[in-house]
Every structure is written in C-alpha cells, then in structure tokens.
Design a protein. Sequence first.
Length: 102
Amino acid sequence: MLSSFKDASLAAAREAAPEFARALLIDALGQDWRARADALEAVGINANGKKLTAPWSSAIKQAGFALSVYTINLPAVARALVGMGADCVITDAPDIILAALA
C-alpha cells in the first residue's frame, strides 16, 4: 500500500502503478477528506491517532475505507483506537503494541 499526505503524489502513483492500493494520510479532519480519498481511488485513510475522534472514525468506516492510525506507542491508546475501529496501528514499538492488542 502506498500512502501520502500529498494528493498529487498519490495521483501520480495511481498512474504509474495502479496495481498498488493507496491510502490518504490525514493529520486532522477536514471537510474534504472523503472527496479527496474518492478522487484518488484510495482504499484507506491513515489518520493521526492523536487527533482521531470516534465520530470521524465512524464516518471513515461507514464510507468503506480501511482505517490506520499513526504513530501510536502507548498500549492504552492503541487499544482505544482499535476499539473505535482502527484496522491498523502504525507504531515505533510493534512488540509493545502487539502484546497490548493480543
């Protein structure tokens, strides 16, 4: 999966390598997140886990996107985000987060 904050980069990736899935990296919820993701034919949203809210998580999942959160290094935070629907936790401490989610 290819991901980027830059729409132009994901559009170029779609043209150069359409066989790779794409995810839009988003720091904070903006009004246009869904339109941007749809325009890029993204299959996922990679959201800032420190800013993700339950309503935003729900909107992402209801829209049919995979939801990843970055960069989560605290077990309790990872558990809460997975509880809100996160499919993937991006972390600097995979051993700790994996143990916490087991």
